[in-house]
Design a protein around this ligand. Structure first.
Ligand SMILES: *[C@@H]1O[C@H](CO)[C@@H](O)[C@H](O)[C@H]1NC(C)=O
Length: 292
């Protein structure tokens, strides 16, 4: 794993010196490359040295305005970060989205694990219509002139409308001229994997990028999606069957995104029962990138 943030050493010290709730697990054989355990005072912003607020990013006809307000994104004071959807008196929605400053490139001959522990507010499903929390990665090429989906996208966790289905999806390639149509990831749908989510409580969502194949054969490289340590989906280089496109997913710099969208093409609009506030938040205990 190559990483570009200057703060990695500090985060490793944090990892070893704190035994807070929601700490990054110690997985045998893995070392932590980068992490955030969201320590700090209640109401404080997340670490500016690790995260950027992303404000103008709507690509799915979403309703929310992303803000830098701690009404929408804040540390809880209990070593978590909370993404809280809010609806104002005029019916306008706001929410939060963070993007890692660091980018992560899966190393040759190693396995890279990108993981977060996440829970959702415990309001009833009938009050969650239109909500779309997500933990995902985008190819950093999108910051350097490459459009979506050619930049590559790995969705580690998405849920919509409070339904107890988790989605882990790859987006890549597209048409001959970069259109979001067809290609090895069957755009705009992508290559989805689904898993039954037991409840809205704490669960561990992971993406493993396994480049430990002997001889460096890209076809034998494997991306796996895991819920609570159990694999529920895999994608091999041979499934994509295009070395350059595969490289955008498994061999190129990616950054991490945490967000809670409201409305948009996939979940559809919120309805009159959709509630704002903590009961519909996405809460994250840690995000970590590990390598074995
Ligand atoms: C990865 O393994 C292959 C095959 O054993 C070797 O040729 C290559 O040098 C290794 N690459 C790295 C970066 O260690």
């Amino acid at each position: 794993m190559h990483f570009s943030a200057a703060t990695a050493t500090a985060s490793l010290f944090t990892f070893f010196s704190l035994a807070s709730a929601g700490a990054v697990p110690a997985y045998p054989g893995y070392k932590v490359i980068w992490s955030d355990e969201f320590t700090g005072e209640a109401g404080a912003p997340p670490s500016y040295s690790k995260w950027n607020y992303a404000l103008n990013t709507d690509t799915n006809n979403e309703l929310q305005a992303y803000t830098t307000s701690n009404q929408n994104v804040q540390l809880s004071g209990g070593s978590t970060v909370q993404f809280v959807p809010r609806k104002d008196a005029t019916g306008k929605w706001s929410s939060g989205r963070l993007e890692s400053q660091a980018t992560f490139t899966p190393s040759a001959n190693r396995t890279t694990l990108v993981e977060a522990s996440i829970r959702f507010g415990d309001l009833a499903t009938s009050q969650k219509k239109g909500l779309w929390p997500a933990f995902w990665m985008l190819g950093d090429a999108i910051h350097h002139g490459t459009s979506w989906p050619a930049c590559g996208e790995l969705d580690i966790m998405e849920t919509i409308n409070g339904l107890l289905t988790g989605y882990g999806t790859a987006h890549c390639g597209g048409g001959a001229n970069g259109e979001a149509v067809g290609g090895p990831c069957n755009e705009p749908m992508g290559v989805p994997h689904t898993v039954l989510l037991p409840d809205y409580g704490w669960h561990t969502w992971s993406l493993s990028i396994d480049r430990t194949n002997a001889g460096g054969d890209w076809r034998a490289e494997k991306i796996s999606w895991l819920l609570d340590g159990k694999v529920y989906g895999t994608l091999m280089g041979s499934d994509i069957n295009d070395e350059g496109v595969w490289a955008t997913l498994a061999r190129s710099p990616l950054f991490i995104i945490l967000n809670l969208a409201v409305g948009g093409d996939w979940p559809g609009q919120p309805d009159a029962n959709t509630a704002d506030g903590y009961g519909n938040m996405m809460e994250v205990e840690y995000v970590a990138v590990l390598e074995a």
